[in-house]
Write a protein that binds this ligand. Structure first.
Ligand code: GAL
Ligand code: ZN
Length: 669
């Protein structure tokens, strides 16, 4: 299967901004030569080109873009064509201020920056559709154009009167009556009751922030607003050519929209990944980004595209570090190992001015092709050509972690335990890391999308505070049918309105787990408890310690101190054909490893390689290939049970020497 059927190979290239160089035909000519040299086969064009494509209202100038697309095509280089809605022209903001966003303080933004539009504005919709249609009519059937890139890194909310009105209409559709809304939002609290739909405003630091149900609904509404805007653009361009797929480039730092929901409106998931290499042990950075690669693959349960990454460094962090030799290939192939069918960069060439003039690029201000960055990029291009057998291949996982945006929002807002510091995503990453370290592939599912749990043998549900979509019944059926489930503390507490369940927690699952949770204790940063196993092993517990009352479960480990010393902190319970585990506290990283040793014993989940790997080295399987990755700054010798062939070098051996930050892509002989 290919995400880009018109060009079913690994894509290598990135954001190309010829619009900044139209007065330098020599440079534009040179770009094509350099791209061929760097084994670039695909660029993204037009992301911020609106002012040039429509210099005056209704006057379209697409010829320059056509010439660029044609010239690239003559050299076999494909185009991902962007719609320009990520940044609007000044004339539009001047003539129609309603296209600009209103912020959470109810102030209208001025012209400038990007990603600054109101998704409800009829004028903005109309102007976007008109330029999108013009682009589609001219280019959607061009043989070189393989994918639509809608807008750019969509994010944020608009609080303008139009958006407020749409919020009220959205609430009317969701609740039908004000009574139902008042009940869901628990407005008996602090005299919050609404008696007229017009009284409802979005959550704002200038107004209401303590209505948690409303804040949750605002996030859902914003997601729907964004989805509606995506569909608006998608339907406009696909009306011209329904065959050309669309993507939007996602960003894991943004949490505004529910990405599982949003992915339903696009054909291809792509994302922009900017790891902070060399600012902490590289294996930790690799864990964070590897987890997000798996998430992006899981959103549509198919491969994804790495749409942006830097060829060398970024310019927007406080400390902008270079990638050390080897890291560019390693980081790029990490994405491929987890399901990416591309390695694309921001940016092809550094501009002479503007905020991103010093952001890493394949071509520096020197214009040279004998730089370290240029060589490293070329190396990636060559590597991808050697890996074609992996293109489109699935990652097969027998383990699934539940990750849910609505649960994330609810935990971020909760006024309890470690307020504002529940670390949902970090906790999920910590669990993911234990599986990844062991070479076990993992999928993610959110609470609605997990209709297929029976395809997994192990399901992990960290901090599942909110239950929705009947997940408790799905988890019960999963365990009953022979699955192994691990849940952790503070789970099954609220329903999808963020209202506490009445009765024992975790709601609907106490008999499956063989326990009930009674109280949640919170530890300060300098406090800890102990996790004691029967055989004398010990672990360290931090941050969250829940006191549970066993109702048939077996204690695998108990607390070591405080008034709840001796009471279980890790339990196991046989239910139906399966097993349900409960981790009542938060272990530190090393201790979580011990929990996973226990959990995985006897499960015999398939691993990428059946050999122990040195600390900092991981193996990830995609299709028939195993990506062996060395995240340490030293050379590592890896002995294998039988000979493998490295697809990158052709070397066949039963032992591989990986250089510092080295990578090999192994296939069994
Ligand atoms: C991305 C953005 C690009 C560029 C890049 C710099 O988030 O989509 O346009 O600004 O960051 O790292
Ligand atoms: Zn608005």
């Amino acid at each position: 299967m290919s995400l880009t059927p018109k060009f079913p190979v690994f894509l290598h290239g990135g954001d190309y901004n010829p619009d900044q160089w139209l007065d330098r035909p020599d440079i534009l000519q040179r770009d094509v030569e350099l791209m061929e040299k760097a084994h670039v086969n695909c660029v993204s064009l037009g992301i911020f080109s609106w002012a040039l494509l429509e210099p005056e209202e209704g006057v379209y100038q697409l010829d320059w873009l056509g010439e660029i697309i044609d010239r690239l095509w003559q050299h076999g280089i494909r185009t991902i064509l962007a719609t320009p809605s990520g940044a609007r022209p000044a004339w539009m903001a001047q003539k129609y201020p309603e296209v600009l966003r209103v912020d959470a303080h109810f102030r209208r933004r001025h012209f400038g920056e990007r990603h600054n539009h109101c998704p409800s504005s009829p004028v903005f919709r109309e102007k976007t559709a008109a330029i999108d249609r013009a682009l589609a009519e001219r280019f959607a059937s061009h043989p070189a154009v393989i994918l639509w890139h809608l807008s750019n890194e969509l994010s944020g909310d608009c609080f303008c009167p139009l958006c407020q009105q749409r919020f009220r209409e959205w609430l009317q559709r969701r609740y039908g009556t004000l009574d139902a809304l008042n009940a869901a939002w628990w407005t008996g609290f602090w005299s919050m009751r609404y008696t007229d739909w017009q009284q409802i405003e979005p959550p704002s630091p200038e107004g209401q922030m303590s209505n948690l149900g409303m804040r949750l609904d605002w996030r859902r509404f914003s997601t729907d607003q964004c989805r509606d805007f995506i569909r608006w653009e998608r339907d406009t361009v696909q009306a011209v050519n329904p065959e050309l797929p669309v993507t939007v480039n996602l960003m894991h730092r943004f949490w505004d929209y529910d990405y599982f929901a949003l992915a339903e409106d696009i054909d291809v998931v792509s994302w922009d990944s900017y790891p902070e290499w060399h600012t902490k042990p590289e294996i930790e950075t690799a864990a964070e980004y590897g987890m997000w690669h798996d998430m992006m693959r899981s959103l549509k349960d198919q491969p994804f595209l790495l749409m942006e990454s830097t060829p060398s460094l970024v310019n927007w962090k406080d400390v902008n570090k270079l990638k050390k030799p080897g890291m560019h290939l390693l980081s790029s192939l990490q994405a491929v190992a987890h399901g990416s069918d591309s390695v694309q960069y921001f940016q092809w060439r550094k501009g002479r001015g503007g905020a991103e003039m010093f952001h890493g690029a394949v071509v520096d201000h020197s214009g040279r092709d004998d730089t370290r960055t240029f060589r490293q990029v070329t190396e990636v291009g060559l590597a991808l050509e050697k890996l074609q057998a992996v293109h489109g291949a699935p990652v097969e996982a027998q383990c699934c972690i539940l990750y849910d945006w609505e649960n994330r929002w609810a935990l971020d807002m909760v006024q309890a335990a470690r307020r504002g510091d529940m670390r949902y995503t970090e906790t999920v990453t910590a669990h993911w890391r234990e599986l990844w370290k062991r070479g076990i592939s993992v999928d993610f599912r959110d609470l609605r999308a997990c209709t297929d749990l029976s395809r997994y043998r192990l399901v992990i549900a960290p901090l599942l505070f909110m239950l929705r979509g009947g997940i408790e019944e799905k988890l019960r059926a999963f365990v009953e049918g022979g699955g192994t489930l691990l849940m952790t503390c503070f789970s099954g507490v609220v329903n999808e309105d963020d209202l506490a369940f009445l009765g024992d927690a975790p709601h609907g699952l106490t008999d499956v787990l063989g326990l009930r949770a009674e109280e949640l204790d919170t530890l300060g940063d300098d406090e800890s408890n102990e996790m004691r196993f029967a055989d004398g092993r010990c672990g360290r517990l931090i941050r969250l310690c829940e006191v549970v009352v066993p109702q048939g479960c077996e204690a695998v480990a108990v607390y070591g101190s405080d008034y709840y010393a001796g009471q279980p902190c890790l339990t196991r319970h046989a239910y139906g054909q399966g097993q349900a585990w409960y981790l009542a506290a938060e272990p530190d990283a090393a201790s979580l490893g011990v929990v996973y040793d226990e959990l995985l014993r006897g499960l015999s989940l398939p691993r990428a390689l059946n050999v122990p790997l040195p600390e900092g080295v991981v193996a990830v399987r995609r299709g028939s290939a195993v990506f062996l990755q060395n995240y340490t700054g030293t050379r590592q010798r890896i002995g294998l049970p039988h000979p493998f062939r490295d697809l990158l070098t052709g070397q066949e051996a039963a032992e591989f020497l990986l250089p510092a930050f080295g990578v090999a892509v192994l296939e069994e002989r």
